[in-house]
Design a protein around this ligand. Sequence first.
Ligand SMILES: Cc1ncc(COP(=O)(O)O)c(C=O)c1O
Length: 358
Amino acid sequence: MNEKLLMTPGPTNVPKRVLDSMSQSMMHHRTSEFSSMLSQLSERLKYVFQTSSDVLTFPAAGTGGLEAVLVNLFSPGDRVLLVSIGVFGDRFAKIAQAFGLEVDKLEVKWGMGAAPQAISDSLKDSHKAVIVTHNETSTAATNDIQKIAEMLRGEDKLLIVDAVSSLGGIELRMDEWGIDAVVTASQKALMSPPGLTFISLSERAWEHIGKSKMPKYYWDFEKARADLNKAKPQNPYTPAVSLVAAADEALAMIQEEGLENVWKRHELVAKRVRSGVEKLGLKIYTHGDYLSNTVTAVDIGERAESVKAMLEKEHGIIISGGQGHLKGRIIRIGHMGCIDCEMADRTLRALEDCMNRA
Ligand SMILES: Cc1ncc(COP(=O)(O)O)c(C=O)c1O
């Protein structure tokens, strides 16, 4: 039994109820029992994505979901505008390049979000899509997707959003805001074990999918959608049955709490963490206009790695360090999914102790 408290930006703590849901005897994936669980999960996912479109489930890390979206929506040589505000934006760009897309990258200073005007200024007629990270986990900065979507309204460009570390923790309304593709993963705000990626696409995105010439087999969205819409919904290939059970249970918990209440809880805990960090005399790394409700980055200089290690060894609390050039300079405290103020306070008390001794 793992007594450690995961205060990382994923994987996050999994509630006991969700863990228990995986301990039932193995279900076969071509049975009615599995079909009804998959269709229930799909309906619950629509609620969390705030969409009436299908939400596809694949066994994969979030990175697989990002790749899947690109190979389904585009053809080699298509030109896209990729807005990067940190490590995960950079990764999305690398995946797009690996598949032969022509990527124009708008690089935003780390710690900031992207200004819609800057995106608008970089847009060219030849861009087929704008690709953007909702919550940049490496810098703890959140982009204002609603404003970006508003700026793109009326433009013939797809809006593709990496919501891996936001969906379920930070407000995101796919249909109302007009987003064409949303990708997330199970192990973050959806408080499930790692291993599933979830993807939803607008009608306009499905039209692009019909024209895509990128090679694909496992990731074929048309096949996945056809199987999901059968009288007995299923996945094309053997799904991660136990993870589907876990995600279904976790999403039931989100539904019971109410999505807006879940967003509010994340905001409350995030504020608690940020004010606690500031009371300790520490500096928040991220610019004040883009603060994330799922992760906080704290600029603590060369003590970062030793404080992280001490928190784990002496307090059983796992946090994350910096990525890229922020390695060894910041710590990142995740607060998403199964999270409350008590967990935040315990982390802050432990952080104070470690800072005093580091
Ligand atoms: C914003 C964002 N995008 C993509 C990923 C990649 O997800 P995975 O590690 O599941 O591949 C992460 C993981 O932390 C993330 O935070």
